[in-house]
Design a protein around this ligand. Structure first.
Ligand SMILES: *[C@@H]1O[C@H](CO)[C@@H](O)[C@H](O)[C@H]1NC(C)=O
Ligand SMILES: *[C@@H]1O[C@H](CO)[C@@H](O)[C@H](O)[C@H]1NC(C)=O
Ligand SMILES: *[C@@H]1O[C@H](CO)[C@@H](O)[C@H](O)[C@H]1NC(C)=O
Ligand SMILES: *[C@@H]1O[C@H](CO)[C@@H](O)[C@H](O)[C@H]1NC(C)=O
Ligand SMILES: *[C@@H]1O[C@H](CO)[C@@H](O)[C@H](O)[C@H]1NC(C)=O
Ligand SMILES: *[C@@H]1O[C@H](CO)[C@@H](O)[C@H](O)[C@H]1NC(C)=O
Ligand SMILES: *[C@@H]1O[C@H](CO)[C@@H](O)[C@H](O)[C@H]1NC(C)=O
Ligand SMILES: *[C@@H]1O[C@H](CO)[C@@H](O)[C@H](O)[C@H]1NC(C)=O
Ligand SMILES: *[C@@H]1O[C@H](CO)[C@@H](O)[C@H](O)[C@H]1NC(C)=O
Ligand SMILES: *[C@@H]1O[C@H](CO)[C@@H](O)[C@H](O)[C@H]1NC(C)=O
Length: 463
C-alpha cells in the first residue's frame, strides 16, 4: 500500500536519515545537564587536593577531561509497557603533574513507550494515509483518503506534532478512495499523489504545486476494486511508475509513467495476475536480489500467501513465487525492511484472521525462508516499520482495527520481537498507519487514520 511504499523507501533509501539521525534533543539536553552536574561535583571533590598540590609546587600542571558512553536497553514489564533505560557512563580523567586518575560515574534514566494522542483531525471514514514533506519546509505533512466524502485531505505539519488542515480534493463521485501514495509524476520536483478508487476501478492522479495545493484529479482506469498502490521506477527511465493491487480482479496493474503526470497511454498499462481468487490487498516495491532493479511483493488476502515478482527493469516481472502465510491467515498488508540486520531485505505480513504476523527472512537473491510467526495478541489490519527506539533497528507498528489498538513490537535486533505494547490512547478503529518524525525531535511518531471515530490522529513518541 501507499504507506508501505513510502515507508520502504524510507528504510532502503534516501529518507533513512529522517529515522536514524542523532538522538532525541530532549534526552541529549538531559545528558548534557547531567554531565555538567557530574563534572562540577567531581571538580569540587578534587579541588582541595589540586589546591594543596598547587600550593606546594608551583610547577604543577593540572588538566581535566571526560569521555562519555551510552548504552540503551529495552525491557517490557508485566503490564506490557516497554521501558527503555538509557545508561550514561562518564569517565572523568584528571591529570595532575603527570599523574592520571580516572573517576567513572554512571547514571540511568528510564522512559516508558506510552504514546499519547496529541492531535486529531476530523474526516469522514478516513482510510489511506501517507506522509512526506509536501511544501519543502522541512516538516512532514500528511495526505489521507476519506471514503465517506470521496476526497483526499491535506494536513500540513507545523513541526510540533500538530497540523494545519489545508484543503480537500475530490477523487470523484462514488469512488471510495482506499489508498494513497506520493510520487513526482510530472518531474517538476513537487510531490503529486495517486489514489486507488475502490468502487470505480480507477486511480486518481492529483498534481501538486509544492505548496500543499493539488490540482483536479485525472482518472485512469485500472481493474475492479483497486485496494493498494505503490510507486517506483520499474523500467529504468527515471519516471515514477505505479503498481495497483486490485482485489477482486486478482491482479496488479502496472502503469508506466512518462514524466508527464498522465498515465494510461497505449502500451503503458500492464496487468499481472496474482493468481485465481487471490484478492491482493497490499503491494510494495523493493530490490530483493540486489540487482539494482525494483522487485515487487504482494499480500494475497484470500490465498494466504505473500507473492514475490522479480523485476527486469523493463516494466515486466518474473512469474510469481509464493510463500504461505498459513491456512486461514488472510494476509492484509506487508512491510519491508532488513529486520535481522544481515544486509538483506525481509518482509513482514500482518494477517486478518490469526493472531500472528509472518516474517519472511530474505536470502538476498530474491528468495525467502518459510515464514516465522510473530505473536500479535490480536488480528491486524495494517502495519508499518520504523525505528521507534533509536537503536537503528526497524521495529513493527501495527493497527489492530477490530479492537482499536495500535501495537508496537520492538525488534530484539535479530528479527525476533518483544511482546507488543500499546499506545495509551486507543485508536478507535485504526485502519491506516504511517510513522514519521512529526515534531522534529528525531524520534519516530505514529499517525493513523481512524475510520470508526472519523479522524486522522497523531501519536508522539515519548522516549
Ligand atoms: C541511545 O538512544 C539515544 C536516543 O534515544 C541515541 O541518541 C543513542 O545513539 C543511543 N545509543 C546507543 C548506544 O544505541
Ligand atoms: C611536579 O613536577 C615537577 C617537575 O617535573 C617536579 O619537580 C615536582 O616534584 C612535581 N610535583 C609533584 C607534587 O609531583
Ligand atoms: C571508561 O573507563 C572504562 C574502564 O576503564 C573503560 O572500559 C571504558 O571504555 C571507558 N569509556 C570511555 C567512553 O572512555
Ligand atoms: C510498568 O511500567 C509502567 C510505566 O512505567 C508502570 O506504570 C508500571 O507500574 C510498570 N509495571 C511494573 C510491574 O513494573
Ligand atoms: C501482554 O502481552 C502478552 C503477549 O502478547 C499477552 O499474552 C498478555 O495478556 C499481555 N498482558 C497484558 C496485561 O496486557
Ligand atoms: C576520549 O576518547 C578519545 C577518542 O576515543 C580519545 O582520543 C581520548 O584520549 C579520550 N580521552 C580520555 C580522557 O579518555
Ligand atoms: C504547535 O505549533 C502551532 C503553530 O506554530 C501552534 O499554534 C501550537 O500552539 C503549537 N502547539 C504546541 C503544543 O506547541
Ligand atoms: C505521456 O503519456 C500520456 C498518457 O498516455 C500522453 O498523453 C502524453 O502524450 C505522453 N507524453 C509524452 C511526452 O510522451
Ligand atoms: C524484459 O526483460 C526480460 C529479461 O531480460 C526479457 O525476457 C523480456 O523479453 C523483456 N521484456 C520486454 C517487454 O522488453
Ligand atoms: C534474538 O535475540 C533475543 C534477545 O537478545 C534472544 O533472546 C533470542 O534468543 C534471539 N533469537 C535468535 C533466533 O537468535
Amino acid at each position: 500500500m501507499s504507506k508501505n511504499a513510502n515507508r520502504q523507501q524510507a528504510f532502503s533509501g534516501n529518507n533513512r536519515s529522517t529515522e536514524v539521525s542523532t538522538g532525541g534533543r530532549t534526552l541529549k539536553f538531559i545528558w548534557i545537564i547531567l554531565a555538567v552536574i557530574i563534572i562540577l561535583a567531581i571538580c569540587a571533590a578534587i579541588a582541595v587536593p589540586i589546591g594543596l598540590i598547587l600550593t606546594k609546587n608551583n610547577t604543577a600542571t593540572a588538566s581535566t577531561s571526560s569521555n562519555t558512553s551510552m548504552t540503551n536497553t529495552t525491557a517490557t514489564n508485566s503490564t506490557n509497557v516497554t521501558t527503555t533505560t538509557v545508561s550514561t557512563t562518564i569517565n572523568m580523567t584528571t591529570t595532575i603533574n603527570g599523574t592520571t586518575t580516572i573517576a567513572t560515574t554512571s547514571t540511568t534514566t528510564a522512559c516508558s513507550y506510552i504514546f499519547t494522542n496529541v492531535a486529531s483531525y476530523s474526516y469522514s471514514a478516513p482510510v489511506g494515509i501517507a506522509t512526506a514533506d509536501i511544501n519543502h519546509d522541512g516538516k512532514l505533512d500528511i495526505v489521507e483518503t476519506n471514503t465517506g466524502t470521496n476526497d483526499v485531505g491535506v494536513l500540513l505539519g507545523t513541526g510540533n506534532g500538530t497540523f494545519t488542515v489545508s484543503g480537500s480534493y475530490s477523487t470523484g463521485s462514488g469512488t471510495y478512495p482506499r489508498a494513497v501514495a506520493f510520487g513526482d509524476f510530472n518531474k517538476d520536483n513537487q510531490l503529486d499523489i495517486v489514489v486507488a478508487n475502490y468502487f470505480t476501478g480507477n486511480v486518481a492522479i492529483l498534481l501538486g504545486d509544492g505548496t500543499g495545493v493539488f490540482g483536479t484529479a485525472t482518472l485512469c482506469t485500472i481493474a475492479s476494486n483497486p485496494y493498494a498502490v505503490a510507486v517506483g521506477d520499474v523500467n529504468g527511465d527515471t519516471c515514477p511508475d505505479i503498481a495497483v493491487a486490485s482485489q477482486s480482479a486478482n491482479s496488479i496493474t502496472i502503469l508506466l509513467g512518462n514524466c508527464s503526470g498522465a498515465f494510461g497511454g497505449s502500451g503503458t498499462v500492464k496487468t499481472i495476475s496474482t493468481g485465481s481468487g487471490s484478492n491482493p490487498q497490499s503491494v510494495a516495491f523493493a530490490d530483493f536480489n540486489s540487482d539494482g532493479r525494483l522487485d515487487m511483493a504482494v499480500a494475497n488476502h484470500l490465498t494466504d500467501t505473500m507473492g514475490i515478482f522479480l523485476g527486469y527493469s523493463n516494466g515486466t516481472f518474473s512469474a510469481q513465487t509464493t510463500y504461505s502465510t498459513g491456512s486461514g491467515s488472510n494476509p492484509n498488508m506487508l512491510t519491508i525492511a532488513d529486520f535481522n540486520l544481515d544486509g538483506k531485505l525481509d518482509v513482514v505480513v500482518v494477517n486478518a484472521f490469526v493472531s500472528y504476523s509472518c516474517i519472511f527472512f530474505g536470502y538476498g537473491d530474491g528468495t525467502f525462508m518459510a515464514q516465522t510467526q510473530i505473536a500479535t495478541t490480536y488480528f491486524s489490519e495494517a502495519v508499518t516499520s520504523a525505528d521507534i527506539n533509536n537503536d537503528n533497528i526497524p521495529d513493527l507498528i501495527c493497527a489492530h482495527n477490530s479492537i482499536g489498538k495500535i501495537g508496537i513490537a520492538l525488534n530484539n535486533g535479530n528479527g525476533t520481537f518483544a511482546s507488543e505494547l500499546f499506545t495509551a490512547t486507543p485508536g478507535g478503529g485504526p485502519i491506516g498507519i504511517v510513522c514519521g518524525d512529526f515534531n522534529g525531535d528525531s524520534k519516530q511518531d505514529v499517525a493513523i487514520t481512524d475510520a470508526y471515530s472519523g479522524a486522522a490522529k497523531i501519536f508522539l513518541n515519548p522516549c
